[in-house]
Design a protein around this ligand. Structure first.
Ligand code: FES
Ligand SMILES: [Fe+2]
Length: 394
């Protein structure tokens, strides 16, 4: 028995059925054609090499996208309880995200207002009601207020209310925590209410974070994103792992502003399968793949959901924060084994196959070849997405 079929024998536990999904998502799933009826027109679109290799293009993306609009920093599921804190350095800015006793998620620059020291040094989840700077022990509430200063008598006229942590606008969106990195007035208009509703239907805000892993890749962030927007590579790149579970068939694609929702039937899919058992696990039939603006990827599998935040670090460098979400913690030895195998498999597939593909593409593109990348009919979602990015970069 191979790893994939073992996952399919997962023990009975909380599952998501079609009827548990929101009406818009249900209707979209019902539009997926049978595998044999699926058809895509050929296409031949190109993009210049420079979008993956030019420093000027990278800088423009930073200015027009990543510093201009709120970006995903981490997941609500990591901060499920009030009184939790996590630091995040993925965008090259030390950030601190908290959920205070009032339940509100806030983001701050992870820098003490005394002399700038990082307050939380690692990127683990901490359950605590206060934040204490390791340097001289200034203490802050999870709402960012400075509440304690060691030897306060040694500071002349210190007004604690002026030395709270620097707060950045933040918001939870379908279980993803978005932050306006430059601290400016946030423009939330690129985030889709429908996508947030879908993520809620899929249980992302309340999921259990079974595993997470950070990958440092030598590839432009868009090269890391591309495989999650096309099915062309699946049967080829993943031939030895998951390729035989998927067909080349086109998927049902909906764009919500610059957010992409791709829904596809698994191999041998027929629409009538949706009504065979109203309580069946919808993830056995349908794969959901989202690109949340600008760099948040969500892919559903039979028993877990993968979320990836693709954080640009340099023109040819990306930090990927991968999260495997399950409906709850493993409660039985069998569930534990299934989750463990799933985690190993998915890290191997994404890390060893998709991310590797991004790195080997970057190698050629950085050598100037090809001068333009070429996209076929099975890759058209990439172009649809790039058109939105390009419009925002004007
Ligand atoms: S730098 Fe934080 S207390 Fe001094
Ligand atoms: Fe892939």
């Amino acid at each position: 028995m191979n790893q994939v079929s073992e996952i399919a024998t997962a023990p009975k536990r909380r599952i998501t059925s079609l009827k548990a999904l929101n009406p818009n998502l249900q209707a979209a799933i019902r539009r997926i054609p049978a595998e044999r009826d699926a058809y895509t027109d050929p296409a031949a679109e190109t993009r210049p090499n420079a979008i993956f290799t030019s420093q000027a293009h990278f800088d423009l993306e930073q200015e027009k996208i990543f510093k201009r609009f709120p970006v995903p920093v981490t997941l609500s599921a990591l901060l499920a309880e009030p009184g939790t804190v996590i630091a995040n350095d993925g965008y090259g800015i030390p950030l601190l995200v908290t959920r205070a006793r009032d339940g509100v998620v806030r983001a701050f620059v992870n820098a003490c207002q005394h002399k700038g020291s990082k307050i939380v040094e690692d990127c683990e989840v901490h359950k605590q009601g206060r934040l204490t700077c390791p340097y001289h022990a200034w203490t802050y509430g999870l709402d960012g207020k400075l509440v304690g200063v060691a030897r306060a008598d040694m500071f002349k006229d210190l007004d604690k209310s002026e030395r709270g942590l620097k707060e950045l606008p933040a918001r939870e969106w379908g279980g993803v925590i978005y932050v306006q990195l430059d601290g400016g007035e946030p423009d939330w208009s690129n985030l889709s209410d429908q996508v947030a509703e879908d993520f809620e239907s899929l249980g992302i805000p309340t999921a259990h974070v079974y595993g997470r892993k950070t990958f440092e890749l030598k590839a432009n962030w868009k090269l890391v994103l591309e495989p999650f927007l096309e099915g062309y590579h699946v049967q080829r790149l993943h031939a030895a792992s998951i390729g035989d579970l998927f067909v080349d068939a086109p998927n049902i694609v909906d764009m919500f502003g610059p957010n992409v929702r791709q829904l596809s039937g698994r191999i041998g899919y027929e629409p009538s399968m949706l009504d065979e058992d109203a309580d069946a696990n919808i993830h056995k039939l349908i794969t959901h793949a989202y690109t949340g603006f600008p760099n948040c990827v969500v892919i559903t599998s039979q028993y877990y959901i993968s979320v990836m935040l693709l954080k640009p670090k340099g023109v040819d460098q990306t930090t990927v924060e991968y999260f495997m979400l399950t409906p709850g913690p493993a409660e039985t030895p069998k569930a534990k084994e299934v989750f463990e195998r799933s985690y190993e498999l998915i890290v191997k597939v994404f890390g060893g196959e998709d991310f590797r593909a991004a790195e080997i593409s970057q190698a050629g593109l950085s050598a100037g070849v090809p001068e333009t990348t070429l996209y076929c009919g099975l890759e058209e979602n990439i172009i649809r997405y790039y058109e939105h990015l390009e419009a925002l970069m004007k």
